[in-house]
Ligand binder design. Structure first.
Ligand SMILES: CC(C)(COP(=O)(O)OP(=O)(O)OC[C@H]1O[C@@H](n2cnc3c(N)ncnc32)[C@H](O)[C@@H]1OP(=O)(O)O)[C@@H](O)C(=O)NCCC(=O)NCCS
Length: 173
């Protein structure tokens, strides 16, 4: 069975909300000593209301990946998103890039990247950047394989937890 990737719309919000919570918990849940910090973050970040508003904005693009009838991954970019580490004035930020644990390392992330980059180019973008947790070595390896380089770093806090991120980016061609 093939993986089907397409641009997501407001009707996909319930599936994106589910995927957002599930994949974040699978990837980073272990980092939270106090589970209530995590639960608060998940219910606010991936609420139906917040996602409905976000997906309706013309500068946000979401993708959803299905395997058969099952939603297994999603991604989001924000168009025209500058960074202190990026010179281009036509850059976008890859804000979400998540696949369910059971489907990792099957090339789905690479397929998703191709779609994201070609649609970013179609939207007059010439640079893509992202923040990735410094301890997320598998994702860093994935981005390096997909031609991203480290261009900066920054901290970020969720609840009582403080995290350190690499900023990675690449020119789109
Ligand atoms: C990052 C992510 C989208 C990549 O998607 P993917 O479908 O696993 O990636 P691909 O199959 O195309 O590429 C696999 C490569 O990525 C790296 N990789 C990423 N996650 C991996 C994992 N869990 N296990 C092994 N390799 C992994 C490896 O370099 C791997 O190469 P290899 O298969 O030759 O060893 C996906 O791993 C993911 O959703 N991870 C959890 C959430 C996350 O960390 N998102 C990024 C937040 S910034």
């Amino acid at each position: 069975m093939d993986v089907h990737i397409r641009i997501a719309n407001v009707e996909d919000v319930p599936e994106i909300s589910y995927l957002g919570k599930k994949t974040f918990d699978q990837s980073f849940g272990y980092l939270f000593r106090d589970r209530s910090d995590l639960i608060e973050y998940l219910s606010s970040t991936f609420s139906i209301e917040k996602l409905t508003s976000s997906i309706s904005k013309s500068y946000n693009l979401y993708w959803i990946a299905h395997y058969g009838d099952n939603a297994i991954g999603y991604a989001k970019i924000q168009l025209n998103s500058p960074s202190e580490f990026v010179k281009s004035e036509h850059s976008c930020k890859l804000q979400k890039n998540y696949i369910l644990k059971e489907y990792l390392s099957r090339g789905i992330g690479a397929q998703l990247q191709k779609r994201i980059c070609s649609e970013a180019i179609a939207n007059d973008t010439d640079y893509i950047w992202l923040s990735v947790l410094k301890s997320n070595s598998k994702a860093i390896q994935f981005y390096e394989k997909n031609d991203y380089n480290i261009i900066g770093e920054h901290p970020f806090s969720i609840g009582k937890e403080n995290f350190e991120f690499w900023v990675m980016g690449k020119y789109l061609k």
